[in-house]
Design a protein around this ligand. Structure first.
Ligand code: NAD
Length: 243
């Protein structure tokens, strides 16, 4: 489905990003794995190489513009095109606004919003017409969430960014979509205290968390020809969460 395509997935050493990278690879794409952590990304690269496509690692802190410029220069040594960009890397530093420090605010905005700009602006130089951009938002960005003023703001920013890219890049036949996951089991949600998680799951009709593969399947669909006429959307994958 994605033969001869190259995909860059940020934050793909573990969690949702890793599942996305693996699913794109199973469908034939060559993968560039970005992460800030070296070991996990290298392990994922080994798993992907075993699938018969190529995987390269590209370490960079996406919150740093110069680090992203350098990353693209390094990527150019392996390929002259990135057809699929998945802006997945993101962080949480939860607190109510009353208790939130400016460091907590700035760190989340720097990774989740500035990172989106830093990576996308540089990747666009090597994205051919007909490419796909998929940005990982969150239901917090669509609905707001108690104790997540920095995170919810950043994830709402992901939606505005995506809808603008759709308008600016459509003439190049580049699609831009956002995915807003609900509660997905990863290391990020493993840190949420069990009692809070149980209370949150009461809002999901099935009372179940989603899996990383629930998100990965949609990314592959949007990046394939089957998703070519879908652009400018924010697709919720949240088990029908009643937020
Ligand atoms: P995770 O914490 O398990 O993985 C995030 C990955 O991003 C890690 O490998 C981490 O090293 C990397 N990363 C962090 N900061 C980085 C930086 N500055 N530069 C490069 N890489 C960096 O998280 P996850 O649960 O897999 O979440 C992935 C995305 O999905 C995030 O954007 C998150 O906000 C979003 N999301 C997750 C959930 C959920 O329930 N897990 C729900 C909604 C949205």
């Amino acid at each position: 489905m994605l033969k001869r395509k190259t995909a860059l997935v940020t934050g793909s050493g573990r969690g949702i990003g890793k599942a996305i990278a693996l699913d794109l690879a199973r469908n034939g794409a060559n993968i560039i794995l970005n992460d800030i952590e070296v070991t996990t990304a290298e392990e994922t690269a080994k798993e992907i190489n075993a699938l018969g496509v190529t995987a390269h690692t590209a370490f960079a802190d996406i919150s740093d513009f110069d680090s992203c410029v350098k990353m693209i220069e390094e990527i150019k040594a392996h390929t002259d095109h990135i057809d699929i960009l998945v802006n997945n890397a993101g962080i949480l530093l939860d607190n109510t606004i009353a208790k939130m420090s400016s460091e907590e605010w700035n760190k989340v905005i720097n990774v989740n919003v500035n990172g989106l700009f830093n990576v996308t602006k540089n990747v666009l130089e090597v994205m051919p017409d007909g490419g796909s951009i998929i940005n990982i938002s969150s239901v917090s960005g669509v609905c707001g969430n108690y104790g997540q003023v920095n995170y919810a703001t950043s994830k709402a920013g992901v939606v505005g960014f995506t809808k603008t890219l759709n308008k600016e890049l459509g003439r190049r036949n580049i699609t831009a979509n956002a995915i807003a996951p609900g509660f997905i089991k990863t290391e990020m949600t493993d840190k949420v205290p069990q009692d809070i998680l149980e209370r949150m799951l009461l809002l999901v009709p099935s009372r179940k968390m989603g899996t990383v593969d629930d998100i990965a399947g949609m990314v592959t669909f949007l990046a394939s020809d089957k998703g070519r006429y879908i652009s400018g959307q924010c697709i919720r994958i949240d088990g029908g969460l009643m937020f």
